[in-house]
Design a protein around this ligand. Structure first.
Ligand code: ADP
Length: 635
């Protein structure tokens, strides 16, 4: 009964020693002095001295010892002449020793009972302590030691609420008043453990009113609820967080009670319905009944706004109130729910409070059966997206149409531009043939030559048309091996007539030395013809004897360089900037397609074309680089 014992002045060992000394003293006085009184009665003191703390056996042994000593002293002091007085004194003494022993054994039994009850209190993990009428600790169980960190010895005699710095929602006076009035008080308090830890406890105080040693004491039982409180707090924070998300999410959320749906579906199954889809399709009344049974239990602010409702109280009470879908969509939902699928997502149409039809994307996460009373669906308004998509689709088809029209326009414009030159050549050759015919006699050899030249120009025109068409419709250019100098020479020949007609001196400087490139002969010739024609046209205002065009080819690292320069005025500042843009022209009858076309063709051959700054005595300068065969960039 350690925790309940008030620490005594003497230790157990001290008591035994004292008791032995006292017994010896009594024995000596009783045996060897002439005192004719009941000295042996004093053995009761020996028993009292050890009685409080000794075990049952120790009490019995001590009592037997005391009786033996008393008897020894009696027979030692009285040989044969035993007087009645002396015998009576012995009897009284023995009676006193036996009586004291009996009482001690009884008290020992009581103590044992209390001790075992107190041990029970030690088994509980609750902190239990007892305070006396002055609020000082007189009992402090093992649970209190473990919870607070102070041992019984340390807590003994202290004011527990000062020791534990108890913080109570009510004042100490109020608690005391409740104890005096009702004999009990309970509530949550916060206490501080020895290591400074704050402990939340549920505290039950009982004032003991039964008469006796513990009357007026207070028994306090404290249950540690720190973890429970933290868990509740965490739960409440998580609930709060969920609420905030729920309310502020940009997606509408509706909460439904799906238990009636489950009950209906279970009932159908119990009736032996195997093919649910078929059954629902054949019984639209069942479908509608199930739909009407779905209650809406909550909705977030986004949901309210979406459906044109100002408060939750005014929101639709049943799903049926705003679902405007045909039955098939709802069957899809029921089948997914029935199959035990974890999710369901579908497009649906809802009708707002104002009657507007909205297309929405609905996603359900089906919870376990026991949580079907609150099933959330997220609802995303996709009406606007669908509208935009449709508008985009319309615009795209209009654009396609416009593009087709523009392509046709561009193709025709380009063809017109590209065949101008061969047409002019044909007409010039035809006129020449006619003149040779008019000679007397007609020079038939020249007529034939002119007609051949006209024929070649016509064939070239027809090739050009075919190539331009396929090129504009994004057909890859042909790739054949071409010797650069031969290619350039051929192009020069095709514009020879125009050059001569304009009194231009053309100097070919072909130094590419058998270098070959891969490409489309007609397209590349067109580039050169365009550039030479531009050069000729640029020199309209140049005096007749000063019109010069130089066409140069040379090797560069990895390919060939081709340059066409003229003695005209050169590119105007803005023309040099924009010359390659389609439809840019500074000429009265120009189409602005020549250089744009040249760049497209050169780029399609992995080459580059650029306008160079005018050199001394030269005006317009354009150069092209093309990769040599084998040096083509990989697409
Ligand atoms: P177009 O010949 O129909 O005008 P181009 O695309 O061939 O179309 O040429 C665009 C413009 O570049 C011309 O209008 C002209 O201003 C300028 N340009 C082209 N070649 C030369 C050149 N050799 N010298 C000066 N300017 C030129």
């Amino acid at each position: 009964m350690r925790r309940q014992a008030v620490p005594g002045i003497l230790t157990l060992r001290g008591r035994y020693v004292g008791a032995a000394a006292l017994a010896a003293a009594i024995f000596l006085i009783d045996s060897f002095t002439m005192l004719s009184s009941a000295v042996a009665v004093l053995y009761v003191l020996v028993l009292i001295l050890i009685g409080d703390t000794a075990s049952e056996r120790a009490i019995r042994v001590t009592a037997a010892g005391c009786i033996a000593l008393a008897l020894f002293s009696f027979f030692y002091g009285h040989d044969e002449d035993i007087s009645l007085d002396a015998a009576l004194r012995l009897l009284f003494s023995l009676a006193a020793i036996l009586g004291a022993t009996f009482i001690l054994l009884q008290r020992h039994g009581d103590r044992q009972t209390v001790a075992s009850q107190a041990e029970l209190l030690d088994v509980t993990s609750d902190a239990i302590f007892l305070t006396d009428t002055t609020d000082r600790v007189i009992y402090w169980n093992h649970g209190a030691e473990t919870l607070y960190g102070w041992s019984f010895e340390e807590a003994y005699g202290q004011d527990p609420h000062a020791l534990l710095a108890t913080r109570c929602p009510q004042s100490r006076g109020t608690v005391r008043a409740a104890l005096a009035r009702d004999g009990a008080w309970e509530g949550e308090v916060v206490q501080t453990a020895r290591d400074g830890r704050a402990i939340h406890v549920f505290s039950r105080l009982r004032r003991r009113t039964e008469p006796g040693r513990y009357e007026g004491t207070t028994l306090e039982t404290n249950t540690d609820i720190t973890l429970r409180k933290a868990a509740i707090e965490a739960l409440s924070q998580s609930e709060q967080r969920f609420r905030t998300i729920f309310e502020t999410l940009a997606v509408a959320i509706w909460e439904h009670d799906l238990r009636p749906v489950k009950a209906e579906l279970d009932a159908l199954r119990a009736q032996g319905v195997d093919d649910l889809a078929l059954h629902l399709a054949q019984h639209p009344d069942v479908l509608r009944r199930i739909r009407a049974s779905i209650r809406v239990t909550d909705v977030n602010s986004t949901g309210l706004r979406l459906m044109g409702v100002s408060s939750k109280e005014e929101f639709f009470t049943h799903l049926d109130g705003f679902l405007a879908d045909p039955d098939e969509d709802f069957i899809g939902f029921l089948l997914a729910f029935d199959s035990g699928a974890p999710h369901f997502q579908n497009e649906a149409t809802v009708r707002t409070r104002q009657g507007e039809l909205l297309r929405v994307l609905v996603a359900f996460n089906f919870p376990p059966a026991e949580m079907l009373d609150r099933v959330q669906a997220s609802v995303l308004n996709i009406t606007e997206r669908i509208r935009v998509q449709e508008a985009l689709q319309r615009t795209r088809s209009q654009l396609d149409h416009a593009l087709r029209a523009a392509t046709i326009g561009e193709v025709s414009a380009t063809i017109a531009h590209e065949i101008n030159q061969p047409l002019a050549a044909i007409s010039a050759h035809a006129a020449a043939a006619s003149r040779w015919m008019d000679r007397d006699p007609p020079n038939l050899a020249e007529v034939r030559a002119s007609l051949d030249a006209a024929g070649e120009a016509a064939r070239h025109a027809s090739h050009v048309v075919r190539r331009v068409r396929s090129f504009m419709t994004k057909v890859e250019p042909e790739r054949v091996s071409l010797e650069v100098d031969a290619l350039v020479g051929e192009a020069v020949r095709l514009v020879q007539h125009e050059i001569a007609a304009n009194g231009v001196a053309l100097t070919p400087m072909l130094e590419a030395e058998d270098l070959t490139i891969e490409g489309d002969r007609i397209m590349l010739q067109q580039v050169l013809i365009n550039l030479i024609t531009n050069a000729v046209q640029a020199m309209q205002a140049t005096p007749a004897g000063e019109r010069r065009v130089a066409v140069r080819t040379w090797r560069v690292a990895g390919g060939v360089g081709i340059e066409i320069r003229d003695s005209g005025p050169g590119f105007a500042a803005d023309a040099a900037q924009k010359a390659f843009e389609p439809f840019f022209t500074t000429k009265a009858n120009g189409m602005g397609l020549g250089l744009a076309m040249c760049r497209t063709i050169v780029n399609a051959h992995d080459g580059e074309i650029r306008i160079d700054p005018p050199g001394e005595a030269w005006g317009g300068r354009i150069s092209i680089t093309l990769p040599a065969r084998g040096n083509l960039r990989q697409p």
